[in-house]
Design a protein around this ligand. Structure first.
Ligand SMILES: *Cc1c(COP(=O)(O)O)cnc(C)c1O
Length: 385
């Protein structure tokens, strides 16, 4: 009975065009437009060298959680670098961005509290909210009016003294747009809410110095806690949070996803340290990335495609139903181009899309090849003239 129920559910997914399978990551001749390794740092010779040296010096694994014996000196170095890079008092590294969200949000909000959360927030934020047992109020994506209204409707008074948190992504992973952080941080201050911004995708990419969405808007000082990952533009593995030292001490003592998991392997830490140095020392990778996203956006718009974001490396192209998105993606794959179709539950019903991401490593002729293939597939499927 158990087995047949699971089989039924899988069949339903298949009928709805929502069934997923693991594929090997694209290799060989395939040009891939789906990596989050925006600056190609995972393959940068200096990053690879640092990681290799760390393996030789410290071994393949870290052997225990950080509070036991896994807290290698590399952690101190990395956390100092992160705090300095993000211009905050301190930083704390987790074993992934997912675990950072889980550990931070569930530690700062409890059963009696309220979390106002953007509707398009990443699954790790949603899961963290559930785990906190706080009341979760989701506001419409980037809708300042809706957020303000919901905060006013859930005011604190003398008899009801609870914490209120606002949680949003910085650069949104599925829509590729940016949270209106100037407005949101102002509302947070006015209403005494703790503001947490998960900038997994913006870190290393946006802003004058690559410090992320907060730097882009010049409002980093008004954000209480920023979360990020070492696994995207930083090209390694791990998650982090930048915050006041006292908050860090609190998390080290309270955050279960920090305490009860094994420390990162030395290679991941060393790679991240080197990547941040490269991000801090050079504008040229970011310049290349920006040239690529501008060229691609312009080309898509010339072809008549509707893209969901105006700037940044994430360029979603709206397809509508899942079946069209999947077919489109298959047509591109036939031409050795890999762009994944993103479908529910990752996005809303009817808003299936191709999610194109560019990196600094793409060559102009590769982007042109994508544009040609998009044009053909778009005509075949009746999406553009
Ligand atoms: C990718 C992502 C995460 C998870 O980070 P990992 O390091 O891959 O676990 C968290 N939040 C957002 C917004 C993300 O895009």
């Amino acid at each position: 009975m158990f087995t047949s129920e699971l089989a039924d559910e899988l069949n339903e997914l298949k009928h709805a065009g929502m069934y997923r399978e693991l594929r090997q990551s694209p290799a060989g001749n395939i040009i891939s437009f789906c990596s989050n390794d925006y600056l190609n740092l995972s393959r940068h010779p200096e990053v690879v060298k640092s990681a290799s040296e760390a393996v030789l010096e410290f071994g393949a694994g870290s052997g225990a959680s950080r509070l036991i014996s896994g807290n290698l000196s590399l952690y101190d170095k990395l956390e100092n670098k992160l705090a300095n890079f993000k211009k905050t008092e301190d930083a704390l590294v987790f074993s992934s961005g997912y675990l950072a969200n889980i550990g931070v949000i569930s530690s700062f909000a409890n059963r009696n509290d309220i979390i106002f959360c953007d509707k398009l927030s990443h699954a790790s934020i949603i899961d963290a909210c559930v785990l906190s047992r706080a009341k979760v109020i989701r506001f419409n994506h980037n809708d300042i009016e809706d957020l303000t209204k919901k905060i006013k409707n859930n005011a604190r008074n003398n008899s009801k003294n609870f914490r209120r948190l606002i949680v949003t992504e910085g650069l949104f992973s599925m829509d590729g747009d940016m949270a209106l952080l100037n407005e949101i941080s102002k509302i947070a201050k006015e209403n005494d809410c703790l503001l947490i911004v998960d900038d997994a995708h913006g870190t290393g990419v946006l802003g004058e110095n690559g410090r992320g969405t907060a730097e882009f808007y010049d409002c980093a000082n008004f954000i209480d806690i920023q979360i990020g990952t070492l696994s995207k533009a930083i090209g390694s593995l791990g998650g982090f949070v930048v915050l006041p030292k006292m908050y860090k001490n609190y998390l080290v003592n309270k955050s279960r996803s920090f305490i009860f998991t094994t420390a990162l392997p030395p290679a991941a830490l060393a790679a991240a340290i080197k990547s941040i140095e490269l991000i801090e020392s050079g504008q040229s990778l970011r310049d290349k990335l920006e040239r690529n996203w501008s060229h691609l956006r312009q080309g898509l718009s010339d072809l008549g495609f509707k893209t969901l974001s105006q700037t940044g490396p994430i360029i979603p192209v709206l397809m509508g139903d899942s079946a069209t998105a999947v077919k489109f993606s298959e047509k591109l794959f036939d031409k050795d181009i890999f762009v994944p179709a993103i479908r529910p539950p990752a996005v809303e019903q009817g808003k299936s899309r191709l999610r194109i991401t560019v990196s600094s490593a793409h060559k102009k002729d590769q982007i042109d090849k994508l544009l040609n293939a998009m044009s053909e597939a778009g005509k075949e499927l009746g999406l553009v003239d």
